[in-house]
Design a protein around this ligand. Structure first.
Ligand SMILES: NC(=O)c1ccc[n+]([C@@H]2O[C@H](COP(=O)([O-])OP(=O)(O)OC[C@H]3O[C@@H](n4cnc5c(N)ncnc54)[C@H](O)[C@@H]3O)[C@@H](O)[C@H]2O)c1
Length: 401
């Protein structure tokens, strides 16, 4: 059996490595020549704990080959990006391009699996595309959607142990794809149809977004009402059936801040709560930037000089180096639009940044008059609260004050 994987990024490459570890030949296809060359040297271009060892000297070695071009294989997995466009519509052009590139290589009995997070109906669209160009394959190949739900940092474990949802364009496809995942997944494999499986992935991330929006909305209300939101949520969560999440400076990352738009774009009238949650979480970042600006003006009025402001954190969540869609980065950019001098940007999880000059967190704390905590990184919790000389804006509950 040969497995062909299109897209060797954060999800495709670990998937390729795990399958290759099972002694199965994997042909990885990526349009990026740097990615292909790095993988063929046994040096992954992404960081994921344990991945380098698996590829270089681990049991995957010799079973995984990367290339720019597709070949004939038995199972074809599509794991390419699905970003959104500037008008907030999903961009499935990468999925379509990968699908078009495999169509000439498909043969009777093959399995085509879409893993990329996709809007409802994408699997059926790809099936239509395949059969429009290769009508003789109708009812001769299996086509299914199987989303990924791994946590970066724990991908190699979760790829094997998480439950998965598998939805075919028909029962035959679902069953055949379940059999394929059985070769390396220990979690339960839940069967459904492709539209439900597509919506399931979008639902998981939209559910998180809505729950965080509730916490963020509470933080806005509490700020106005003079109530400590952290204490409030702690107390409310003592109710046996209440479990409110923690507020922050917004919502970021390439999943929770993106996937709900795939629902909203297609069902704008029906998805009002999901759309509003996106607005609330985006607004929270604007609100934080405004708070910093107000604190600056207040400081200037009181002290007759501009303050030094420390922007603490750039990542989209604590203790990682990933800045994609990060509200902290947005807030920092927004604050820097109106103030050029006296802004110290801190992100302990990266060494340098091409836009921001970074300052070490203890040094920034020492120098700053205003400290805006944008991400609750572990390092920040070791700092003193601020004392009477410093204005502290704790947007993410570092001190829960
Ligand atoms: N990263 C995550 O934590 C995560 C979690 C769940 C789901 N997903 C979803 O998985 C999919 C892939 O995400 P990722 O984080 O691995 O993306 P990525 O950007 O890390 O990797 C995608 C790779 O696909 C390659 N590519 C683009 N077009 C191609 C084509 N036509 N043929 C072959 N290769 C092509 C790119 O060069 C890149 O190396 C997305 O839909 C994403 O939403 C990601």
């Amino acid at each position: 059996m040969t497995i062909q994987i299109f897209g060797l990024g954060y999800i495709g490459l670990p998937t390729a490595a795990i399958i290759a570890q099972h002694g199965i030949n994997v042909h990885g296809v990526d349009v990026n020549p740097v990615v292909v060359a790095a993988i063929n040297r046994g040096e992954p271009h992404i960081y994921e704990p344990g991945l380098s060892e698996v590829l270089k000297e681990g049991s995957a070695y010799g079973f995984l080959k990367a290339s720019h071009s597709p070949i004939e294989a038995d199972v074809h997995l599509i794991v390419v990006p699905t970003p959104f466009k500037s008008n907030l519509e999903p961009d499935i052009s990468f999925v379509e391009a990968a699908t078009r590139s495999v169509i000439p290589f498909l043969k009777n009995g093959d399995v085509y699996i879409l893993e990329s997070t996709s809007p409802i109906g994408t699997t059926e669209k790809m099936a239509e595309l395949i059969f429009s160009l290769r009508p003789e394959l109708k009812n001769k190949i299996s086509i299914a959607y199987c989303p990924e739900r791994v946590l970066p940092g724990n991908v190699l474990y979760e790829l094997i142990n998480n439950d998965r949802v598998i939805g075919g364009i028909d029962d035959q496809s679902t069953n055949q794809v379940v059999d394929f995942y059985k070769t390396f997944v220990k979690g339960e494999l839940h069967k459904t149809n492709c539209r439900t499986a597509e919506m399931c992935k979008l639902t998981e991330n939209s559910s998180r977004d809505v729950q965080i929006a509730f916490a963020n909305e509470l933080s806005l209300i509490c700020n106005k009402a003079g109530i400590n939101v952290w204490e409030l949520i702690d107390l409310a969560n003592k109710h046996p059936r209440v479990n409110i999440l923690q507020p922050g400076s917004g919502v970021g990352g390439h999943c929770i801040a993106v996937d709900p738009y795939f629902i909203v774009a297609a069902y704008p009238n029906e998805s009002r709560l999901i759309g509003t949650a996106r607005e609330i979480n985006n607004y929270k970042a604007f609100w934080c930037a405004e708070k910093v600006e107000n604190a600056r003006l207040q400081f200037k009025l009181t002290h007759g000089r501009d303050p030094i402001i420390a922007m603490m954190g750039l990542a989209f969540k604590p203790n990682i180096d990933d800045l994609r869609e990060a509200p902290a980065k947005f807030i920092t950019q927004k604050v820097m639009q109106s103030i050029n001098n006296g802004i110290l940007v801190v992100e302990p999880n990266i060494k340098e940044h091409d836009v921001f000059k970074l300052t070490e967190y203890k040094e920034a704390y020492k120098k700053a008059d205003i400290i805006a905590y944008l991400v609750a990184h572990e390092e920040f919790k070791s700092l003193p609260y601020g004392g009477k000389d410093k204005v502290v804006l704790d947007f993410c509950g570092v001190f829960k004050k």
